[in-house]
Design a binder for this molecule. Structure first.
Ligand SMILES: [Fe+2]
Length: 431
């Protein structure tokens, strides 16, 4: 199968340094999407195991559609869409753009073929490279291109989590990749310590230069009571103890909605855990593996995180407690960039380990607008604001998040029953 040409190899010497840097960022990001799909066969690209997940081929096309629809169509009068019908076919949820196919039926799109989608990506990349190198590139276009880069980074994470769910749904539990990556030898997980934070008025939300999504602002002040935050994520061993002590059969530990969902879906463990001959196994992108007790618990819903916290005598941190603590630690972690694509055990004696990367951390905060929030102007205003209902905030990024994508102010959000993202839990407590 032919690969699309990669553009910008000889980046125009006439372009401004900011444009050269933007083009490099754009092309690197696009190559990363292709790399995420490299271990997949043609048939793997069409998996849609549940309505929440989308086929990898759809992710590749939709992220390209974003640049075509919101950038090229507005800022390049010479641009001709090679497939005008893609404008509705690969629209996700933008009512401003028009109609689109049902989300749950994305798997029926056997046409266009994967080959055609790859050629479509190449066509748009060529036009984007020409546009970015143009001397009169308006600031508004730069902002939309930057948004498109961060948008595709979000879809890179979804490619991994959606493919993982699709392959796991196959009774053979095939691996995303056959060759395991070498990982650092894990020592013993440090014991859980509590880090104390004084009560008071704190600044939260994104402020300053650089990119942030509209839902991270405006910056504002919040009052926090004194609180304590766990020094690391909850481990599989700790979660297993919750299960052994009847965590999944004790209704008093659960929110009412969570108990109903647990019963309806017969949840007895995190997603991807299976018992074989009395031992727990866990599905990773490398296939089924014996459960590693020192790894962070992962693929749990908000309801499970909340029930675990109640059982342990703690609670979930609010998103502002988490953000206040995150501003005090260095920005490092196990991100997509490491290539491991699996949460790793805590190590060392950092006062707050694993704040970034490994797993998204459920907070006890509902996803609502900050005071004075205004969605971005135009169609991209549909990006975040219209989802501010019935979802909970997660913080910190995961092992599938690119490092350049995450910030201390970053607000991810999912419905409380969702489990297929790399989702885990860090405990909080009153002081
Ligand atoms: Fe999207």
């Amino acid at each position: 199968m032919s690969q699309p040409a990669m553009y910008g190899a000889g980046i125009a010497s006439l372009a401004q340094p900011e444009q050269v840097s933007l083009l490099r960022e754009y092309l690197d990001m696009r190559r990363t999407s292709a790399r995420m799909c490299a271990p997949l066969g043609v048939e793997d690209h069409c998996l849609q195991p549940m309505p929440d997940a989308s086929p990898a081929k759809w992710h590749l096309a939709h992220t390209t559609w974003f640049f075509e629809t919101f950038v090229l169509s507005q800022y390049d009068p010479q641009y001709h869409p090679p497939h005008p019908e893609f404008r509705s076919l690969f629209n996700s949820y933008y009512n401003t753009v028009g109609d689109r196919p049902l989300r749950a039926l994305r798997h029926v799109l056997s046409r266009p073929s994967l080959e055609e989608v790859r050629l479509y990506r190449g066509h748009v990349d060529e036009a984007m490279a020409d546009l970015i190198e143009r001397a009169d590139l308006p600031d508004a276009a730069v902002q939309l291109i930057t948004l498109g880069i961060h948008h595709e980074q979000q879809h890179q994470e979804l490619i991994i989590t959606d493919v993982k769910n699709g392959l796991w749904t196959n009774p053979l539990r095939p691996a995303y990749r056959d060759q395991p990556l070498p990982r650092p030898a894990s020592g013993s997980v440090p014991s859980l310590q509590w880090q104390s934070f004084a009560g008071g008025v704190y600044s939260v939300g994104f402020e300053g230069s650089g990119f942030a999504f509209d839902n991270e602002g405006p910056p504002h002040k919040v009052y926090l009571e004194p609180f304590r935050l766990a020094s690391r994520l909850v481990t599989n061993a700790e979660y297993l103890e919750f299960m052994r002590q009847g965590g999944y059969s004790t209704p008093t530990l659960w929110l009412s909605d969570g108990w109903d969902i647990l019963r309806a879906n017969q949840w007895t463990s995190p997603l991807y855990w299976e018992q074989r001959d009395g031992e727990w196994w866990n599905y990773s992108i490398e296939g089924m593996q014996p459960l590693k007790l020192d790894e962070p618990v992962c693929h749990i819903s908000f309801y499970e995180a909340d029930a675990f916290a109640r059982w342990s005598g703690g609670r979930l941190p609010t998103e502002f407690e988490w953000e206040t603590a995150a501003r005090s630690v260095g920005f490092a972690g196990n991100f997509q960039d490491s290539g491991v694509l699996h949460p790793q055990p805590a190590s060392g004696d950092a006062p707050l380990a694993q704040m970034f990367g490994d797993v998204w951390e459920w907070t006890g905060s509902a996803y609502t607008p900050y005071p004075g929030f205004k969605p971005a102007a135009g169609a991209v205003g549909e990006y975040n604001g219209k989802f501010m209902c019935n979802q909970m905030v997660l913080r910190g990024g995961s092992c599938a998040t690119p490092q350049s994508h995450i910030r201390a102010t970053y607000r991810n959000f999912f419905p409380p029953h969702a489990r297929w993202q790399f989702m885990g839990v860090r405990l909080a407590n009153g002081d």
